[in-house]
Design a binder for this molecule. Structure first.
Ligand SMILES: Nc1ncnc2c1ncn2[C@@H]1O[C@H](COP(=O)(O)OP(=O)(O)O)[C@@H](O)[C@H]1O
Ligand SMILES: [Mg+2]
Length: 407
């Protein structure tokens, strides 16, 4: 008991520091939620914010295996909605049997809510959202002390939101372009198999810049290679722009995917016997509706180097040629797997600025893998993977420009 009290006191202390020290409110809130989920030994947690204009709740930060980014809740509906409307906290121990709640199973992912805590976020004037904590890992029930801890966190958070100013502008209508449902990937290993992706549920929206973070070996490249058609899933479903690409045996489908998607890797893979322009032209020649190669070269700021061979270009310049090669196809989505891992700081910023420009000018969806958390500050949303699963999804309230990053 004394031990729990000490842990709770320490959690509040840590949350106070997070809320004070982070530059941005969304980082401070997500760090605070992580602390609560951990100290309450829970599976999932969400910060919901109320948008007054639409009278709906939007997830700002979700810790847990289910992508709820596209879900919004009407004020007054469901647990979160009723907490926001009434201002009363809820503690529920057997959600499946509780008459107050209609659903306890997420149909798409199979995630079952067993128990939960939900507390309102109240500033001095009004209720601005709520904090929801789900499923104690060991199956035990939440009690009044857990609720009190959550309420303490929520009041600290609400004060921080009032002080720092919450500028929340949700985009109500998001169009899904990539959709993964319970995607599992296994590789043969010894006598059996090794499960590298353990049930990924994720939606990516049109025109967004998504960063995928996670430790080496957690499955980032595997996931992106599957979306990009360079590898295939074992179980589950992959939709791209509404078309089923789970098992794209059909040449048609595979070709569609290759034409539709652009790739940039850590290594530039340029052809050494072709100039920068020719490397891009080579791809333009086999794409169905390319832009002129020179235009793609101009977009990455290399017009004056178009006639150089790769050996005469720096690493950053070669990477920009690689981006031009991806862009020249006018892809709907560009995947970038650790595109700056081999570059120094200054060159990385230049390359990231090119992605930023491409997204802004052409409306291309960008999905970038990195292990550098600073780069995540550029993203509209940050997806964290851990051990083959989505562990959290964060919405950046104010994405930074590439030239504002530092590491
Ligand atoms: N073709 C493969 N065959 C067997 N195991 C693989 C293969 N590709 C990746 N793996 C394993 O899958 C895990 C995830 O790899 P990867 O997706 O490359 O991780 P990340 O990009 O996050 O560093 C690693 O343990 C890796 O060894
Ligand atoms: Mg990788």
């Amino acid at each position: 008991m004394a031990d729990r009290k000490a842990r709770f006191t320490q959690a509040i202390w840590q949350i106070t520091q997070e809320l004070r020290d982070h530059d941005t409110l969304d980082d401070a809130l997500s760090a605070s939620l992580e602390i609560i989920v951990k100290v309450l030994d829970s599976e999932a947690g969400t910060i919901w914010l109320l948008d007054r204009a639409s009278n709906r709740l939007y997830p700002l930060y979700n810790h847990g295996p289910v992508d709820i980014s596209g879900i919004t809740i009407e004020n007054g509906q469901g647990v979160a909605g009723s907490v926001v409307q009434s201002g009363e906290s809820v503690i529920a121990t057997s959600v499946g049997e509780d008459a107050r709640f209609s659903v306890s199973v997420d149909e798409e992912s199979g995630f079952v809510t067993r128990s939960l805590l939900c507390v309102p976020l109240k500033n001095s004037f009004e209720i601005i959202g709520c904090v929801q904590i789900l499923n104690r890992v060991d199956g035990s029930h939440y009690d009044a002390e857990d609720l009190a801890l959550c309420e303490a966190m929520a009041s600290l958070a609400a004060v921080a939101m009032e002080e720092k100013g919450l500028d929340f502008n949700p985009v109500a209508k998001k169009e899904v372009i990539i959709s993964l449902r319970n995607v599992i990937k296994e590789y043969p290993s010894g006598d059996g198999v090794s499960r590298v992706l353990k049930g990924i549920n994720l939606d990516v929206y049109k025109d967004e810049f998504v960063v995928v973070l996670g430790e080496s070996g957690c499955g980032k490249s595997t996931m992106v290679n599957i979306i990009g058609g360079m590898d295939f899933l074992t179980e589950g479903q992959l939709l791209i722009d509404g078309k089923d690409f789970s098992h794209p045996g059909d040449k048609e489908l595979t070709r569609f995917r290759r034409e539709y998607l652009g790739f940039v890797f850590q290594s530039y893979n340029l052809m050494p016997n072709l100039t920068a322009l020719e490397n891009v032209q080579f791809i333009a020649d086999i794409a169905p509706s390319p832009m002129p190669a020179a235009e793609a070269i101009a977009k990455v700021g290399l017009s004056d180097r178009a006639g150089n061979y790769p050996s005469a270009l720096s690493g950053g310049q070669q990477q920009r040629v690689a981006i031009a090669r991806a862009v020249v196809k006018r892809p709907k989505i560009i995947f970038a797997d650790e595109p700056t891992a081999a570059l120094d700081y200054q060159t990385s910023i230049e390359v990231l600025s090119v992605f930023e420009e491409i997204k802004r000018e052409l409306g291309t969806t960008v999905m970038m893998i990195t292990h550098n958390p600073e780069i995540a500050k550029m993203a509209d949303r940050v997806i964290k993977l851990r051990d083959g699963r989505v562990s959290s999804i964060k919405v950046n309230l104010h994405p930074l420009r590439a030239n504002e990053l530092s590491w």
